[in-house]
Ligand binder design. Structure first.
Ligand code: HEC
Ligand code: HEC
Length: 230
């Protein structure tokens, strides 16, 4: 768990802009992404390979995703995390959406870095939004910040950072993500449909959460403004 400790220490000292985080993370991964080349893929896909659809069709040109369709928001997401997911999809290590296995399977490593660099630079202040009641949001906030002691669930923010803003490169931003997408991921881990998490961190946590707790945590994070300073 050396990475975890390192990442938590980094989180404590984090007051970085998205572009600074993006630049740092790209360097850490050793391959430099080109956001301009990434933009071409986002807008057009690969005309010579119809398997690689234009990302904007689902994730939007600004990476806002789509709440109704559970298309995740990618805006402001750490580029190394995005690249990891694309590699996992390409290798069949993440299989909870076959369309993404096809798309990532047709991309080179450089293209993965290019698209990730593009989306990582998009505005993180976009908020997923949830119309859950105050009660549900309060319950979600408690799970996020304190965890659930009866069932040994750690505070989500101990890994995902305050307001779920993420701790690159291991812990993704979940603040401002669409509630339905967050819920789907937790249920996928719970049901064994997603298993690409390092050290089985989410595989251990998700089954300890009830449906109501999952919905509450998802509502809280989707409303959390992850672009703020705190
Ligand atoms: C047909 C719709 C569609 C298209 C086109 C599409 N995606 Fe996706 N993508 C999805 C969905 C849906 C998921 C989430 C799957 C799940 O876990 O339920 C996803 C997941 C991802 C993730 C992981 C996000 C996370 O938070 O873990 C990345 C990164 C990603 N897509 C990048 C891309 C890139 C880059 C392109 C273009 C080359 C692209 N996608 C095109 C629908 C799409
Ligand atoms: C021990 C550290 C840890 C804790 C605590 C933790 N997570 Fe995670 N979480 C992770 C890691 C690591 C990943 C990235 C998995 C991967 O690489 O595919 C992740 C991924 C996720 C994702 C998927 C994000 C995406 O874009 O696809 C969601 C949603 C999530 N966590 C929600 C939660 C919630 C809600 C809680 C609290 C109940 C929580 N996590 C607690 C480590 C943690």
């Amino acid at each position: 768990m050396r990475t975890l400790h390192w990442a938590l220490a980094l989180a404590a000292s984090m007051a970085l802009t998205p572009a600074a985080v993006a630049a740092e993370s790209e360097q850490a991964d050793g391959v430099q992404g080109d956001p301009e080349a990434g933009k071409e893929l986002v807008m057009q896909g690969k005309p010579d390979n119809p398997q690689v659809l234009a990302c904007k069709t689902c994730h939007g040109k600004d990476g806002k995703g789509n709440a109704m369709a559970n298309f995740p928001r990618l805006a402001g997401q750490d580029p190394a995390y995005q690249v990891k997911q694309l590699k996992n999809f390409a290798a069949g290590e993440r299989e909870n959406y076959p369309q993404m296995n096809n798309i990532a399977g047709g991309m080179s490593e450089q293209e993965m870095h290019d698209v990730a660099a593009y989306y990582a630079r998009k505005d993180v202040s976009v908020v997923g939004g949830s119309d859950a009641s105050q009660d549900v949001l309060a319950k979600g906030e408690r799970i996020a910040k304190v965890g659930v002691s009866e069932s040994n669930v750690p505070a989500c923010t101990s890994c995902h950072g305050p307001k779920g803003k993420g701790v690159p490169p291991v812990f993704p931003q979940i603040g401002g993500q669409h509630a339905g997408y967050i819920e789907k991921q937790l249920n996928d881990w719970k049901g064994g449909n997603r298993a690409n998490d390092p050290a089985q961190m989410m595989t251990e946590i998700a089954p300890k959460l009830s449906d109501d707790q999952i919905a509450a945590a998802a509502a809280y994070f989707s409303n959390a403004e992850s672009g703020g300073s705190d």
